[in-house]
Design a protein around this ligand. Structure first.
Ligand code: ATP
Ligand code: MG
Length: 585
């Protein structure tokens, strides 16, 4: 391809709309343009990168035995009602209405449609296992679309769904996808690491996310430097808080004391009260599927809402408003507590495991401006359910190794789930086993955000000048840069020759035939980030040389006669270097 014949609208200035480097570079390198918040048009270079990622994904899915299908984006709401997700996934669903005012939903994912297919088609154990995948557009009504392709309203996803006869067989399917994912990201030139994940609204028993470490990531990952533990903070556990929970009773019964204006843990920790945060009980009021519930944590802990949902099985949770708190407990946030004697009526109480055995604690008295001290949890509070509800903090110890845990931010690019029979039961995807018994298929589901992956590569691999595309996902492998583009000039003649020879060998070459100053051409090539730039300048040619400039590497002069071979050799070596990072299938 010639630069003048394609469309690469690079930008000198950083667009104000883009907050993070990868989003800025997507726009500056002319890969995409914004249509509206969370909606983008892919330009020719952007499409080339997308197709390359898709191709790697297809090859690895096919290698793992998955079968490509294509499902509609427009889906009947009835299927979503049948699975229960019409309500539980309501926030992300886009609804559309046809001329007869009939409602449809736009697919945010496709468990319902594929399970419906399996229900109709997979009737016998002989047909299993099966794994179906597609690469298609997904729609999600995100609360906050942002960071370009990272969190869009419409994005490209690879989604796969496996159907097996048993849990053990489903585990095998899961592990195949897990390995395929590791290969896919490595082949894309993206460094990822798998972490244990919460199964969230999708449900299921086992799940991993593939994460790209990045300060701009929207996920927090808890990990141990021994490399033996990594988990999404929504799921992570530890040996518990660093400071021990007091277990010594300080009095025979709770005692009320006046705390005018004190409505935070910090205020009660400060003079004149001086009750350390970990000697306090934090009382939160949540509506779990609209049932008011008290959630108790240690004062220095934060609630993990994902755990709250996972442990209680509730579909939705939201904090009660101050008015709802007042109606439930008779006081406002900051003065709430679960001490039996202060409750006007029974209310469900959940307590975090870090509060086990807690004694001599302080908590709200359910009367504005008052707290209680000498609270012993076992004596004074009726706990309906104990559960791990707290968010792990950096420095706590890993359960297995006892080493301190760290926390870092990351971008989720892929997600694998063992689903079990949740969807097959609801949508009736059953098969007859060897003994003629009807059984629900055991499912797994596996997603990769193709467009998010594209941007994650940029986020991980860029410098001040622009993108550093890995060879496998670059829009073009080589940018030939003649510094004189007059058709009969020596640089242009050699460029044309190399262009023809390399193209004939299957190399993807962009010939920068623009009549621009060298500085402009170099800047643009570096901004877009072609893995190899080949400079053809009059002076060097006069010495019998051209120059190879790998993106992010050093300039090497090469004899004209050896130019083609040197370029091919560089590409081979680079390709082998990347290949060496790919784990075995
Ligand atoms: P997130 O937690 O980031 O909202 P998710 O866990 O809801 O994502 P999944 O349902 O696991 O997402 O979807 C599979 C993959 O699709 C994700 O791993 C991610 O790469 C991608 N993805 C999800 N939502 C978006 C989005 N709004 N824009 C772009 N990619 C997305
Ligand atoms: Mg996910």
């Amino acid at each position: 391809m010639r630069w003048t014949q394609t469309f690469i609208p690079t930008l000198k200035e950083t667009p104000a709309e883009a907050e993070i480097a990868s989003h800025q570079l997507l726009l500056r390198a002319g890969l995409v343009r914004k249509v509206s918040g969370g909606l983008y048009t892919f330009l020719p270079l952007g499409v080339r990168v997308l197709r390359k990622i898709e191709r790697i994904v297809r090859e690895e899915m096919d290698r793992a035995g998955a079968l490509e299908v294509s499902m509609p984006c427009l889906q009947p709401p009835e299927l979503w009602q049948q699975s229960g997700r019409y309500t539980t996934a309501a926030e992300v669903l886009y609804h559309v209405f046809d001329r007869a005012k009939k409602e449809w939903v736009l697919s945010p994912t496709a468990e319902e449609v594929i399970t419906h297919l399996a229900a109709g088609e997979l009737g016998s154990y002989r047909q299993l296992p099966k794994n179906f995948y597609q690469i298609g557009i997904k729609f999600r009504d995100e609360i906050r679309p942002r960071f370009g392709l990272m969190r869009a309203r419409e994005f490209l996803m690879k989604d796969a769904y496996s159907f097996d006869v048993s849990d053990a067989a489903a585990q095998v399917s899961y592990e195949k996808m897990y390995r395929a994912y590791a290969r896919i990201f490595a082949r894309c030139g993206l460094r990822t690491f798998p972490v244990e994940a919460d199964t969230g609204v999708i449900g299921g028993s086992l799940s991993h996310e593939f994460m790209v470490p990045a300060e701009t990531g929207e996920n927090e990952v808890v990990y141990c430097e021994t490399g033996t533990y990594a988990a999404n903070i929504e799921k992570a556990t530890s040996r518990g808080p660093r400071l021990p929970t007091p277990q010594q009773s300080t009095g025979p019964a709770p005692e009320k004391f006046s705390t005018p204006g004190v409505v935070t843990i910090e205020a009660l920790a400060a003079a004149p009260y001086s009750v350390p945060a970990h000697h306090q009980i934090k009382t939160l009021v949540y509506l779990l599927d609209s049932q008011p519930t008290l959630v108790l944590l240690r004062g220095d802990d934060q609630l993990n809402e994902a755990k709250l949902l996972a442990r209680t099985g509730a579909a939705r949770a939201r904090p009660a408003t101050p008015e709802e708190c007042k109606a439930t407990l008779g006081a406002h946030p900051g003065s709430l507590g679960a001490v039996r004697a202060t409750l006007r009526r029974p209310v469900r109480v959940l307590a975090d495991l870090a509060l086990r055995g807690a004694a001599g604690m302080a908590t709200g008295a359910n009367e504005d401006g008052f707290h209680l001290r000498h609270v012993d949890l076992a004596r004074d509070v009726v706990v309906d359910q104990w559960a791990d509800l707290r968010t792990v903090q950096a420095g706590e110890l890993d359960v297995a190794t006892g080493q301190p845990l760290k926390i870092r931010r990351a971008i989720e690019v892929g997600h694998v789930f063992k689903l079990g029979t949740k969807y097959s039961e609801k949508l009736n995807a059953c098969f007859l086993d060897e003994t003629g018994q009807r059984q629900p298929a055991v499912m797994g589901c596996y997603g990769i955000g193709i467009t998010r992956t594209l941007q994650a590569i940029i986020e991980q691999q860029h410098d001040r000048d622009g993108i550093l595309w890995p060879l496998t996902t670059a829009p073009y492998a080589v940018c030939l840069t003649p510094l004189n583009v007059a058709p009969d000039s020596a640089p242009m003649r050699l460029a044309e020759q190399l262009y023809a020879e390399l193209t004939a060998r299957g190399v993807e070459v962009l010939l920068d035939d623009r009549d621009e100053r060298p500085g402009v051409k170099f800047k643009d090539a570096d901004l877009v980030g072609f893995p190899l730039r080949v400079n053809l300048g009059e002076k060097a040619l006069a010495r019998g040389e051209i120059e190879l400039k790998p993106r992010g590497g050093t300039l090497t002069p090469v004899k004209i006669e050896a130019a083609r071979e040197a370029i091919l050799e560089w590409l081979r070596a680079e390709s082998a270097r990347l290949e060496a990072t790919v784990p075995p299938a």
